[in-house]
Ligand binder design. Structure first.
Ligand code: ADP
Ligand code: 5GP
Length: 207
């Protein structure tokens, strides 16, 4: 019953919460997984690689992909478009993989509506807003103006924290990684509704 069905792990949280750092930290300890690489119209930050961190495209290309129904979900976040492609996600799920998304609160709503029975959602946050500000400043990848915009967004996002299955407070990175590792392992045990129905059918010894 527990084997071979694909499952989804949604990670959300303010930009600068430590989602990428935590994924890196647990990557070698959670078994085989597929990290969904989103498509975005945001410009790459220093060190970001096209096809690794994101697929970086123009707004025109993004809008064409929307029209071609290429996305499982997409959203406008901080003035840029971000979207999750359907095809690689479908493929990974059909191979029974753990599929990890780093998406915002709008994306979580869309994924939960479409794939709720196989989805575990986690909201990741630094302990306080002022700590978030510090980390965004230390990361030195965004201008002052962009950081202020991200902090305003963060205050809005935190209001929707109760929509998530789990909350991970990323204070000490190692401790937070340990918690997230346990959640990822548990996420693998989610059973889709069709499998549950099959199980009940067999359990009742029906043909
Ligand atoms: P996100 O992917 O959520 O935008 P990052 O992983 O890029 O966030 O982290 C934002 C910044 O905070 C990075 O500079 C990272 O090194 C730092 N960081 C992440 N976790 C911690 C932590 N627990 N303590 C201190 N700094 C952290
Ligand atoms: P960043 O610009 O910091 O990489 O990401 C900004 C925000 O966009 C983050 O909250 C991140 O989770 C979200 N995001 C990244 N990719 C996607 C996506 O494909 N869909 C949605 N809905 N949000 C995304």
């Amino acid at each position: 019953m527990y084997k071979n069905n694909g499952v989804v792990l949604v990670l959300s949280g303010p930009s600068g919460a430590g989602k990428s750092s935590l994924i890196k930290e647990i990557a070698d300890d959670i078994g085989e997984y597929y990290f969904s690489i989103s498509t975005t119209t945001r410009k790459p930050r220093d060190g970001e690689v096209d096809g690794v961190d994101y697929y970086f495209v123009s707004e025109e290309e993004f809008k064409k992909d929307i029209k071609d129904e290429y996305f499982l979900e997409y959203a406008l976040v901080h003035g840029n478009y971000y979207g999750t492609s359907i095809k690689p996600v479908k493929e990974a799920l059909s191979k029974g993989k753990l599929v990890i998304f780093d998406i915002d609160v709008q994306g979580n709503t869309a994924i939960t509506n479409r794939l709720g029975d196989i989805t575990t959602s986690v909201f990741i946050t630094p302990p306080t807003l002022s700590e978030l500000r510090k980390r965004l400043q230390n990361r030195s990848t965004d201008t002052k103006e962009v950081i202020e915009r991200r902090l305003v967004m963060a205050k809005m996002e935190i209001q929707r924290i109760s929509e998530y299955d789990f909350i991970v407070v990323n204070d000490d990175l190692k401790v937070a990684a340990e918690v997230l590792k346990q959640i990822a392992k548990t996420a693998r045990l989610k059973v889709p509704i069709n499998k549950i129905n099959d199980f009940v059918h067999k359990w009742e010894d029906k043909e």
